[in-house]
Design a protein around this ligand. Structure first.
Ligand code: ZN
Ligand code: ZN
Length: 345
């Protein structure tokens, strides 16, 4: 039995230490996960450059991961050693108003593994058992690492209140936008139009079966929308987080419709609140997910209702984490999701 294991620690901006540590034991109420695959997210890159406002270093990163249950701590029931799993990386207080009223994703004390709590770049990772979701035995663990970002899309779709038959606009064809476009269709949306400024990403959207694409640097969004949706869209998802894109969303929205704000805004945009008032628009925020969103995401990927493998741009071993981050930085336009292999045997 292996006693020493590898982990990757972000000790200071742009400096990752690969070190050997003792294999942890699961404490009471914990499951020890042998981590297999972990996806890199935009916010990981922000933290790597020391630009994530809510992360303090040093930290073990990694929150989009899959693995296998290696051991169970005392008092854990309902989980089986050897089962493939994904883990909801949110840690919540269980006591605040939101936690008590079933919206723990916006807990007052929310902490996320890989940011304010240790993450998954460790070969064996102890996590609270209630955060573990078992997977079908034949589920691919690389695709399972895409469950977390997919759950972001599922939760955003839930916030939009999709009932089926809607015409949808997604602004931003990054990993979350491309997942959202697929998720909304899988949940019954009629047609989806996706907008971006990078042709490579829009081509990926075509490959994934998104109905309409618009490069907003070459075409006017409102005109393009009018051509395919004469009555306008029923819901718009803003999945970029920039002033220009939220302004586009507000200007393009049909009167009386919802704009779901998925993008993370690093600075405060100037927006046309007059239009929000006059057109009875609804601006709806969305953050992370809850367990049912994770379960839907597992099903969508496992059943093949959404296709996540074309989003995987590159693969690296955990020993090369630094190299992976540099690769993402150097191939910004063409990189969607990079998967890190954490298991070293
Ligand atoms: Zn993420
Ligand atoms: Zn709470």
């Amino acid at each position: 039995m292996k006693k020493r294991i590898l982990r990757a620690v972000l000790i200071e901006p742009e400096k990752i230490l690969i070190e050997e540590v003792d294999k942890p034991l699961p404490q009471k109420g914990e499951a020890l996960i042998k981590v297999e695959k972990c996806g890199v997210c935009g916010s990981d890159i922000h933290a790597y450059y020391g630009k994530h406002p809510f992360t303090t270093l040093p930290v073990v990163q990694g929150h989009e991961f899959s693995g296998v249950i290696a051991e169970l701590g005392e008092g854990v029931s309902g989980l089986t050693v050897g089962k493939k799993v994904v883990v909801e990386p949110s840690l919540v207080c269980g006591k605040c108003y939101q936690c008590r009223s079933g919206r723990y994703n916006i807990c007052d004390e929310l902490r996320v593994m890989g940011f304010q709590a240790p993450g998954a770049y460790i070969e064996y990772f102890p996590v609270p058992a209630e955060k573990v979701i078992m997977l079908p035995d034949d589920m691919n663990l690389e695709l399972a690492a895409m469950v977390e970002p997919t759950a972001v899309g599922v939760h955003a779709a839930t916030r939009a209140g999709l009932k089926g038959g809607e015409n949808v606009i997604v602004i931003g064809a990054g990993p979350i936008g491309l997942l959202l476009a697929q998720v909304t269709k899988a949940l019954g949306a009629n047609k989806v139009l996706i907008a971006d400024v990078i042709d490579a990403r829009l081509q990926k959207a075509v490959e994934l079966g998104v109905d309409y694409i618009v490069n907003v640097q070459k075409q006017n969004l409102a005109e393009s929308v009018h051509r395919v949706f004469p009555d306008g869209a029923d819901v718009i998802f803003e999945a970029v987080g920039k002033e220009a894109t939220i302004r586009d969303a507000i200007e393009t929205a049909r009167k009386g419709t919802k704009i779901v704000v998925v993008g993370v805004f690093p600075s405060d945009p100037k927006v046309q609140m007059g239009l929000v008032q006059d057109r009875e628009l609804e601006l709806v925020g969305t953050l992370m997910y809850m367990r049912p969103d994770f379960e839907v995401a597992v099903n969508l990927i496992y059943s093949g209702k959404i296709n996540v493998s074309p989003l995987i741009s590159a693969r690296f071993n955990m020993r090369e984490l630094q190299k992976a981050y540099k690769y993402i930085e150097q191939n910004k336009d063409t990189t969607l999701k990079v998967i890190i292999t954490v298991a070293q045997d």
